[in-house]
Design a protein around this ligand. Structure first.
Ligand code: SF4
Length: 379
């Protein structure tokens, strides 16, 4: 009944939800951010063993450590976890380790470890100090800009590429020129924007003060200005939103690429595992969400025998898969952006409506349609 299963492209380990800082737009609750439980080595090994047993790993995949702040766990934890993963994977399987970090804990030892294991690093930084420190605060309420910049400086000293993820809020959307100048001067490898989302603990994003049409206009204007500056600079760094939009628009008709968002709606292309061994698929965020009926979107646990294969035949998974396909069909019927979107992100459909069988979300208006509109207004 499934269109396609796997292959695995992204394995997300939520190794801990503990975080050393306290961003005001965080999707984790204060309790989750203070919970120091960590994933066990057995859980990590079971995950890999079960994925191999189900034949879901082929080609290349990324092992991303995300949720909370991964670097609150000691280097020796990752040395052992990484070595155990490497020992289990056959030589023909290629993989990359990756951290999504606030970079405030980066020191020379971390840089050496990152180099030794060739780890990709994504850094959360919202922009210059007056923008970053509006919402990215430590537990004492102080800004985190200086500490993150210290981490970035060290990474660069070690020749480690700096990839930035910047959250866009109603505040930062006012400053496209300032953001561009800042990131241009920082000599980064890549920049990705995440529009603040209605997700988990963050039920009141800053843009709720604006009505839907107004915020979409603001976001479109932001991207138009930013894309323009990016082009004028000769594309001095990779800009995810520009690259995605141009790929989608230029290649979708030629069917040279599959729809960009397809991994988010394809079974087991993305798998997320939490500290208890519970797993989910489609959008990584689903693992901590519930639907409108109060049911979790966890589909199994890696400690069960044949965990990933067994989950596919469960009534729960089948029902959610059909719900997802209904939502994609609605998108196809109702949305002129479908060919370049592919049907949206399940986690945003669920966090906004509590179900997958819907089409338009606030998120898709701001994160899919607005950048496409901005690009089309420029050309
Ligand atoms: S832009 Fe929104 S409504 Fe359109 S296809 Fe994507 S998710 Fe569906």
């Amino acid at each position: 009944m499934y269109n396609q299963i796997g292959p695995l492209s992204l394995l997300v380990f939520q190794g801990t939800s503990l975080c050393n800082i306290n961003c005001s737009y965080c999707y984790l609750s204060p309790e989750e951010r203070s919970n120091n439980k960590k994933i066990s080595f057995e859980c990590v090994e079971r995950t890999i063993t079960e994925l191999l047993a189900g034949d879901f790993v082929k080609g290349h995949f990324t092992v991303l450590w995300h949720a909370g702040e991964p670097l609150v766990l000691p280097i020796k934890f990752y040395v052992e976890a990484f070595d155990r993963i490497k020992a289990l994977l056959p030589v023909n399987i290629q993989f990359t380790f990756s951290f999504q970090t606030n970079a405030t804990l980066i020191n020379k030892e971390w840089c050496q470890f990152i180099k030794d294991y060739d780890v990709e690093v994504g850094i959360s930084l919202d922009g210059p100090e007056f923008i970053n420190d509006k919402y990215r605060l430590d537990k004492a309420g102080k800004g985190t800009f200086d500490k993150t910049m210290r981490g970035i400086t060290l990474l660069r000293e070690y020749g480690i590429p700096v990839n930035i993820i910047s959250v866009l809020t109603t505040y930062s959307l006012k400053y496209p020129e300032e953001l561009f100048s800042f990131f241009h001067a920082l000599d980064i490898n890549s920049l990705s924007f995440n529009i603040e989302e209605i997700e988990g603990h963050n039920t009141n994003p800053t843009y709720q003060v604006l009505h839907d049409g107004q915020i979409r206009q603001v976001v479109t204007h932001f991207f138009k200005t930013f894309f323009n500056l990016h082009l004028k600079s000769g594309k001095s760094f990779k800009l995810r939103e520009y690259d995605i939009v141009t790929q989608k628009i230029l290649f979708t008709d030629l069917q040279a690429i599959k729809p960009f968002d397809s991994e988010l709606t394809n079974t087991y292309s993305i798998i997320t595992v939490d500290t208890e061994g519970n797993f989910s698929t489609f959008s990584p965020e689903l693992i901590s969400q519930i639907d409108a009926m109060g049911n979790s979107l966890v589909f199994g646990n890696v400690f069960e025998e044949n965990a990933f294969t067994k989950a596919l035949s469960s009534e729960k998974f089948k029902a959610k898969y059909l719900e997802l396909q209904t939502g994609i069909a609605l998108c196809k019927d109702n949305c002129s952006y479908f060919n370049v979107c592919g049907g949206g992100t399940p986690s945003n459909k669920n966090s906004e409506f509590g179900r997958f069988d819907v089409d338009e979300t606030i998120y898709c208006n701001l994160s899919s349609k607005a950048p496409i509109d901005a690009f089309l207004e420029l050309v």
